[in-house]
Write a new protein. Structure first.
Length: 231
């Protein structure tokens, strides 16, 4: 089964299947396999339900309708109760209510894992320098729980620091490297290389935006070093 969008009906009637709950132009394609392409985050679970339900139509026994579109996402369980308790949480961990609200928006009920880290090291409740309001604990959590391996994993992917701060995370880079390095066992050289590589990538990206055409812009971006050798 593949995932794809939009979908065209390739049945004998050539009539499109009705869309399911989103009002867009999705159509279910069925040949020997059910497939969806180009799925958006806002619709992929409903579309996955469509594909799963179609895939079992010809089974020789009844199969219950897929419930994938209504299974709570990670962090959803208990979210509303935590939201109601956000002011109490803020007082308990020396955070502002706004900081707790933002953490709940990003992590949902997994916020408890970050709060536990703050309990063990209260300095993690502090914001990153020029980090767009992100807290030190979010960097630590990215390294210990979210598989972040490099600086740009945190600055450009686990957070939006690279697009939400005036300098694209260059100022925060050194602190992020220290937080990650302490948890991933980086030595001084590795921390230095991570920071230098990230800064070079930002420089190359900014330079690319000044180029007269796409070819020159791509060349500028590709001039930045890779933190992991490729090819």
């Amino acid at each position: 089964m593949s995932l794809s969008r939009p979908l065209t009906d390739t049945s004998d009637t050539e009539q499109p299947a009705p869309p399911t709950g989103t009002g867009d132009d999705r159509k279910l394609s069925t040949t020997d396999a059910a497939g969806l392409v180009g799925v958006k985050y806002t619709t992929y679970r409903v579309m996955a339900k469509d594909a799963v339900d179609e895939a079992v139509v010809d089974f020789d026994r009844p199969v219950e309708k897929s419930c994938t579109e209504s299974v709570p996402l990670v962090g959803a369980d208990g979210y509303r109760a935590l939201w109601n308790a956000r002011h109490r949480i803020a007082e308990s961990y020396d955070l502002s209510p706004e900081q707790v609200q933002r953490l709940l928006g990003r992590y949902g009920s997994l916020i408890g894992e970050l709060l536990e880290m703050i309990s063990e090291d209260p300095s993690l409740a502090q914001p990153l320098p020029d980090g767009g309001g992100y807290l030190r604990v979010e960097v630590a959590y990215a390294a210990t729980h979210e598989g972040a391996q490099h600086l740009d994993d945190v600055l450009a992917r686990r957070t939006r620091i690279s697009i939400e701060t005036w300098d694209r995370g260059v100022t925060a880079a050194a602190d992020v490297a220290e937080l990650m390095g302490d948890r991933l066992g980086w030595d001084a050289d590795r921390r230095r290389v991570e920071v230098e590589t990230y800064r070079e990538r930002v420089r190359a990206e900014l330079e690319s935006q000044q180029q007269p055409d796409d070819h020159a812009a791509d060349a500028s971006r590709l001039s930045a070093p890779e933190i992991v050798a490729v090819g």
